[in-house]
Design a protein around this ligand. Structure first.
Ligand SMILES: *Cc1c(COP(=O)(O)O)cnc(C)c1O
Ligand code: SF4
Length: 369
């Protein structure tokens, strides 16, 4: 068991400009090695990673400054992951039943999630796909072929969201191949990449990668930043390369206890994203996934944070707060209640400061049809 506490300058420091594949190969994946850097309970970590793998690459490890800090919590296994909780499911969103072929989820009519990689630069302890990430072998060529075939046969699919795992953990060559195949399908109008690599392994974002991705426009890239301390100079430089290549960047933050369940932290994160030309897109309420109970907050806490954001930071920096309905019902935005009262000809509406204003309903119509 570790002593905890803050160590000056963090647990390790990092040399610059290491090749990303080399950096990945140097990731910490065993309790034994992790105990050399962090004060952990090695037996506990050993037990957890038999079920849910661990990968902490040298970059992300260098960001961890003290026991149980917001970066530690995302990266280091916790005993709670093994506790069975009847309210939590391995696949609460029914992704498997909504997969017409392996590695592809077709929930909405016009877009699919295509999970072309099972690898990530770090295995986030809060991952909603922790049932599958980092497990088994790489997604086979054949499986990807089948996914592409499915997309080709469904003219209603207008967007393909490359996800995983992390699609950017594939080599440039392989990514290029897959994007080329998708681009050739006429009804696929836009591409989206969901990746945490700019946040968890910024060295992955090379100039070559930015150029490669930009040759498939319109291509959008959504990243997951969860804490302002993740917006390091290296991460900011990675995002700049992508933005400069004309790739619109979005952020899908997950609301996580002990990490960002605080309006001040969230505000700082959203401002930081805007400063780096990353548009906050969604704030996800954490899905009820087995092994993630220690990250869960109440929906009331999420709504309270949303209320704090609105009016106090630019509207562009206010994400939509989303819950994903169990059983595959899809994502639904939740808003704090701003309408305090509705009558035939007026609304009472609360502003960001909590003051209530009267809003006149259309002169010729009442609120109710
Ligand atoms: C989240 C999600 C999408 C994308 O939804 P957007 O609201 O367009 O971001 C698509 N398919 C599945 C299965 C999803 O979970
Ligand atoms: S990068 Fe994404 S898919 Fe990979 S472990 Fe983290 S949350 Fe899960």
């Amino acid at each position: 068991m570790g002593s905890g506490g803050r160590l000056a300058g963090g647990f390790i420091s990092l040399s610059e400009s290491v090749d990303w594949q080399q950096s990945l190969a140097e990731s910490v994946t065993s309790a034994e090695r992790l105990s050399k850097y962090l004060p952990i309970d090695g037996d506990m970590v050993d037990r957890v990673i038999q079920r849910y793998p661990m990968r902490i690459n040298p970059y992300y490890l260098s960001l961890i400054k003290s026991s149980d800090d917001p970066l530690w919590r995302q990266a280091v296994p916790n005993a709670v992951e093994l506790e069975v909780d009847a309210a939590l499911k391995a696949d609460p969103l029914s992704e498997a039943p909504q997969s017409p072929v392996d590695h592809l989820i077709h929930r909405y009519p016009d877009r699919v999630v295509f999970m072309i990689s099972s690898q990530c630069a770090m295995y986030c302890r809060h991952c909603m796909r922790k049932r599958r990430v980092g497990k088994g072998r790489a997604v086979s060529r054949k499986a990807i072929e089948k996914g592409i075939e499915y997309i080709r046969e469904q003219p209603g699919i207008h967007e393909v969201i490359l996800s995983g795992g992390d699609p950017l953990l594939m080599s440039d060559g392989r990514l290029d191949e897959i994007l080329t195949r998708l681009k050739k399908i006429n009804h696929v109008e836009i591409l989206r990449v969901h990746s945490r690599a700019p946040c968890t392994l910024p060295s992955r974002v090379t100039k070559d990668l930015a150029v490669l991705l930009s040759s498939y426009h319109p291509l959008y890239l959504n990243i997951q930043f969860n804490h302002p301390a993740e917006l390091t100079p290296a991460a900011m430089a990675a995002c700049k390369k992508l933005s400069d290549a004309g790739i619109p960047l979005g952020c899908q933050t997950v609301l996580l206890k002990g990490i960002n369940d605080d309006a001040g932290v969230m505000m700082q994160l959203m401002r930081g994203l805007l400063k780096n030309r990353i548009r906050p897109y969604y704030l996800h309420h954490a899905d009820p996934v087995q092994g993630t109970r220690h990250f869960r907050t109440s929906i009331a806490a999420g709504l309270e944070i949303m209320k704090e954001l609105r009016g106090r930071i630019p509207g562009m920096g206010v994400p939509s707060y989303m819950i994903d309905l169990p059983g595959g019902g899809g994502k639904v935005p939740l808003l704090p209640e701003y309408i305090k009262k509705i009558s035939r000809n007026k609304l009472l509406v609360e502003n960001y400061e909590g003051k209530v204003f009267e809003y006149p309903v259309d002169f010729y119509k009442s609120f109710y049809p």
